[in-house]
Structure formats: C-alpha cells, structure tokens
Design a protein around this ligand. Structure first.
Ligand SMILES: *Cc1c(COP(=O)(O)O)cnc(C)c1O
Length: 240
C-alpha cells in the first residue's frame, strides 16, 4: 500500500460509513427498510490487501467482474469468510471453478451460460447454484445481457434445469444515461421482475434486483434495488 495502513483503514471506514448512510437515506425516502439492501463491495480496482481492509471494516460480501481476479483474491482471503459475487461476464470455460467459489453469479447473460452452470453444478459439490439473469435494459449494443422480451419464453427450459435457482435480475444503467434515464432503466427492471413473477417456474424466485453502482445506487434503491454493487465510492482517496 502506498500510504500507511492506518490511513487506508480510516479512509475506508469513512467511505463505508458515508455509503451506508446514503443507502439508508435512499431506502427511507422510498419507504423501505435500510436492512433490505445488501451492499456488495466491488474490489476490482484495488489489490488484495486493500480488499482485506474493506472486509475488516465490515463488508463481508465482495464482488469482482473478472473470474481470474476473483479466484486470486478469494484464494488469498480464504480465512476471512468472504461471500464472493461474480458481477462481470463469465466465459463458459471458467464456470466450473467460479461456480464453486461464489455465493451468487449476477451476470448470466446467455441461455448457454445458464445451461453450463447447471451442468457444472450437477457434477460438482454444491447441488444448486444461485444466479441472476443480466438484462440489457438500456438496449446498449456494446453491453452484455439478455433482452427483456426473451426471458418469459425461456421459462419452460429454465424449469428443466434442476441445479440452478434464478434468484432475480441484474442490470447496469447506460454509460451515457442521465439520472432520469437511469431511473427509467431501473424502473424497467423492476417492472420486468413484477411481470415475470406472474408466470415463473419454481426454480425462478426473482426476489433480488441487483442494480446501482457508485454514482447511481441511490436512484436504484429508490426504484427497488435489493443489492447494490459499489466500488469506487468505497475506495475514494486510496491509490493501490
Ligand atoms: C465495476 C462494477 C461495479 C462498481 O462500479 P463503481 O462505479 O466503481 O461503483 C458494479 N457493477 C459492475 C458490473 C461492475 O463491473
């Protein structure tokens, strides 16, 4: 670390307190309880030792967008009982190892990936793996994700997968979107969840909405996020 350990941990604790306050305030504005919202600390910008400081400050759920980086940090921090979340694109050849290490895969962006997770779980130590379906609500062609209109027609096929539980939906707002557009995108994900909830098979639960990052988590919470994925706001003032 480039600055002293105590400075890093003070900074991270202050950042975390501020993020938690903002989460709570957004929840209350929306008439929700702050405890309903899970904070996943995204550690992709920092090294393992700084991730460790975040865990020691009290964030037990960590997210990484690259599988190899998740493996590396998870192995270095095994004694800490972190619950890992994969939040970025997962290639099928990395499913086996990743699925055994994470509590939730947020970024299922194709039917073939979902099948592969099911297959690996069928042959692996953990009988059912929890996933979210990543939806490209902004329609941004550069982004990963399933199209909202395609999900319902997949339900009969998803129902046959005995080793995955679809716990909800995930999205990222458009990079260029204004705050109002972000709000519409998050609301669209919630509306999709509500619509799909009428026809879902038993292994599709849809209780989670993973949406909101450092610069838009408050809007996401106002629109129903149950999980926010926050990176840079937790590491302000830290250079690793
Ligand atoms: C990097 C990343 C985040 C966190 O982004 P910040 O803006 O740094 O909070 C959240 N979700 C995904 C999918 C990411 O790749």
């Amino acid at each position: 670390m480039s600055i002293s350990d105590s400075t890093v941990s003070t900074r991270i604790s202050e950042n975390l307190a501020r993020v938690r306050q903002n989460i709570a305030a957004a929840a209350l504005r929306a008439g929700r309880r702050p405890e309903e919202i899970r904070l996943v600390g995204v550690t992709k910008y920092v090294d393992t030792e700084i991730a460790r400081v975040l865990v020691e400050a009290g964030v037990v759920e960590l997210g990484e967008s690259r599988p190899q980086e998740l493996w590396r940090k998870a192995e270095a921090l095994t004694e800490l009982n972190v619950q890992w979340h994969l939040i970025g694109h997962l290639q099928r050849n990395k499913v086996k190892r990743t699925a055994e290490m994470v509590t939730l895969i947020h970024s299922v962006d194709s039917w073939r990936l979902l099948q592969e997770i099911n297959q690996c779980a069928a042959n692996g130590p953990l009988p059912v793996r929890n996933v979210l379906l990543e939806i490209n609500v902004s329609g941004d062609a550069a982004k990963h994700g399933l199209q909202a209109g395609d999900i319902e027609s997949l339900f009969p096929e998803i129902a046959k997968l005995g080793h995955v539980a679809v716990m909800g939906l995930m999205t990222m707002s458009g990079l260029e979107s204004t705050p109002d557009q972000k709000r519409q995108e998050f609301a669209a994900l919630r509306d999709l969840r509500d619509k799909l909830s009428r026809s879902q098979p038993p292994n599709v639960v849809l209780q989670e909405l993973s949406m909101g990052m450092s610069d838009d988590f408050e809007i996401a919470i106002e629109e129903g996020a149950t999980i926010v994925r926050v990176g840079s706001a937790l590491f302000e003032g830290i250079h690793s």
